[in-house]
Every structure is written in structure tokens, then in C-alpha cells.
Design a binder for this molecule. Structure first.
Ligand SMILES: NC(=O)c1ccc[n+]([C@@H]2O[C@H](COP(=O)([O-])OP(=O)(O)OC[C@H]3O[C@@H](n4cnc5c(N)ncnc54)[C@H](O)[C@@H]3O)[C@@H](O)[C@H]2O)c1
Length: 280
């Protein structure tokens, strides 16, 4: 049998938000960190709650991979600068940055407070700006690097999350602008736009019971495939974009959403109507 190297063999990756909200399933950052390690990368696991990232480290080390935990608030510039330094100190460089931190918040322009708007932009957009600010110079110095921004289909379709949508749309704009600005220095910048996936964070805001089962089924039925998606689906897409197999791909947003962006809602009505209402 031919021995094959992993797709990101010998590379160093930083994944922000590499822990996961506690609960069943796996978050996108945690899954991406594990997938990158499985493909040969050494990973700096960055999270506001280091105990969450420790769990990710255990998963990686149990499979023989290499990872370090770094506790940081990625909305803070000093923490981002220290995070990049920590990756260089631990593993020698930074080849891959996955900007994964984000949190949805409901609200329209009328009912969302200014404080909530600022918070949403800080968590969903500022984190990617600051992490990139310090990672890009390290990549530029050696003329190679790959950045993957985790956006959302909320940036592309209305769903009543004004600040989250604006921030995730901003992330797509940032992806294109960074791809332009740093392409000639060997840096590729792409985004993944997850759809209605189920992660522990999604579970943490739903009431356990029939309503939760109903929503789980509706998320599956809303897509063309009629199957559920989770953090791994985002992880595999992000790992591909991070790897040299995507060496000629930059500035794109890859939807990972079971095709919901490829259909009109009317066409899905029969599938969604077929789901029994909770308690029916
Ligand atoms: N879950 C979905 O349905 C869905 C859909 C589309 C996009 N996304 C995007 O995927 C990403 C991850 O979602 P998830 O459901 O896996 O979330 P998650 O909450 O499980 O994981 C995110 C991690 O980020 C950490 N974090 C939060 N703020 C931080 C900060 N300031 N500094 C450092 N770490 C911080 C959290 O502690 C957590 O461990 C987000 O960007 C989200 O917007 C999720």
C-alpha cells in the first residue's frame, strides 16, 4: 500500500473557538481542529474557556495528534498578538488560521439594542479581523498561508438576525478583500457558509423534548438532501480549503448547507409540511 501524507502534514494551524459549547454533538471549531490534526497539522486550540479546548486537545492526543491549548479573548488585540506568538513558539510558524468564533443573536433593526449590535460585531467580525491582523505578517514573511473564515448562510438569506447577518456578511467581504490584498504574498483566504447544522450551541438554546425533535427534523428537511448536517461537515470543508489541494482557490465562500441556497422555499413546502408538529 502507498503511504500517503495527510493533507496538511507538517503544517501549523490556529483555530479560534476550538472548544465547543458543552452538550451533545460537536462544534465547528472543535471538529475543524480535530480534522486538521487528523490530516497532519499541529494545532493551537484557542478558546475563551480553556477547559473546552482541553477536551479538544484530549480528542486530538488520543488519536496521536499534536495540539496546545491557548486561553484568549479573541475580541482583544493583545490576546490575538499573544496567540500568534504562542503558535510560533510552540510549533515554529503559522500556516493556517481558521477564524471560527461566532454566535447568532436574534433581532431586527428596530428591536436590537445598540449594545447587542456592538457585541455581535465584536464576536463575529472583530475576532477574525484581529486574529488575521497578527497571523498574516507571519504568513507573508514566508510567502505562504491559508485563512478560512467561518461565515453563515445568514449572510446570504434573511432570518431575522440583523447584527449576526451583517457581521457574517462582513466576514465574506473581508474574505474577498484579504484574498486581494495578500494573494501576491502566497496567502489564500476563503470562507465557509454553514447552513442549518446541529451543534451543541444550537442545542443549548432549544428546549429539550418534542419541540427540539421537531426543529432537528425541520433543519434536515429544509435541505435538498433531507439529511442532518453537523460540525464535521464544516470541518471537512474548512480542512480542504486550508490544504494545498485548494492551492488555486481563493476569495470564495463555500456553502455547506445541503443545498438550501439552491432552491426556492416553495419547492420545499411539501417536505416541511410532512413533518408532524410537536405534540400532534
Ligand atoms: N451552529 C450553527 O447552526 C451554525 C450555522 C452557521 C454558522 N455557524 C458558525 O459556526 C461557528 C461556530 O459555531 P458553533 O455552533 O460550533 O459554536 P460553539 O459556541 O460551540 O463554539 C464556539 C467556541 O468559541 C468560543 N468563544 C466564544 N467567544 C470567544 C472569544 N471572544 N474568544 C475566544 N473564544 C471564544 C466559545 O467558548 C466556544 O467554545 C460560529 O462562527 C457560528 O456563527 C454555526
Amino acid at each position: 500500500m502507498v503511504e500517503r501524507a495527510g493533507r496538511v502534514e507538517g503544517k501549523t494551524a490556529i483555530v479560534t473557538g476550538a472548544g465547543s459549547t458543552p452538550g451533545p454533538g460537536i462544534g465547528t471549531g472543535k471538529a475543524t481542529a480535530v480534522a486538521l490534526a487528523q490530516e497532519g497539522a499541529s494545532v493551537l486550540l484557542v478558546d475563551l474557556f480553556p477547559e473546552r479546548a482541553e477536551e479538544t486537545r484530549r480528542m486530538i492526543e488520543d488519536e496521536g495528534g499534536k495540539a496546545e491549548v491557548f486561553a484568549a479573548d479573541v475580541t482583544r488585540a493583545a490576546d490575538c498578538e499573544a496567540m500568534v506568538r504562542a503558535a510560533v513558539d510552540a510549533f515554529g510558524t503559522v500556516d493556517i488560521l481558521v477564524n471560527n468564533i461566532g454566535r447568532a443573536s436574534l433581532g431586527t433593526v428596530v428591536d436590537l439594542s445598540e449594545e447587542e449590535w456592538d457585541k455581535a460585531l465584536d464576536i463575529n467580525l472583530r475576532t477574525a479581523f484581529l486574529a488575521s491582523k497578527y497571523a498574516v505578517p507571519v504568513m507573508e514573511e514566508k510567502g505562504a498561508g491559508s485563512i478560512v473564515n467561518i461565515s453563515s448562510i445568514s449572510a446570504l438569506r434573511g432570518d431575522g438576525t440583523i447584527a449576526y447577518s451583517a457581521a457574517k456578511g462582513g466576514l465574506i467581504a473581508m474574505t474577498v478583500d484579504m484574498a486581494y490584498s495578500h494573494g501576491r504574498r502566497g496567502i489564500r483566504v476563503n470562507a465557509v457558509a454553514p447552513g442549518h447544522i446541529t451543534t451543541p450551541m444550537v442545542k443549548s438554546v432549544s428546549q429539550p423534548g418534542p419541540q427540539e425533535e421537531f426543529m432537528d427534523t425541520m433543519r434536515s428537511e429544509a435541505g435538498l438532501l433531507g439529511t442532518p448536517g453537523d460540525g464535521w461537515d464544516v470541518a471537512w470543508a474548512a480542512t480542504f480549503l486550508a490544504s494545498d489541494q485548494a492551492r488555486w482557490i481563493t476569495g470564495v465562500t463555500l456553502p455547506v448547507e445541503s443545498g438550501v441556497l439552491s432552491v426556492t422555499p416553495l419547492m420545499m413546502a411539501e417536505h416541511l409540511r410532512g413533518v408532524p408538529a410537536p405534540g400532534a
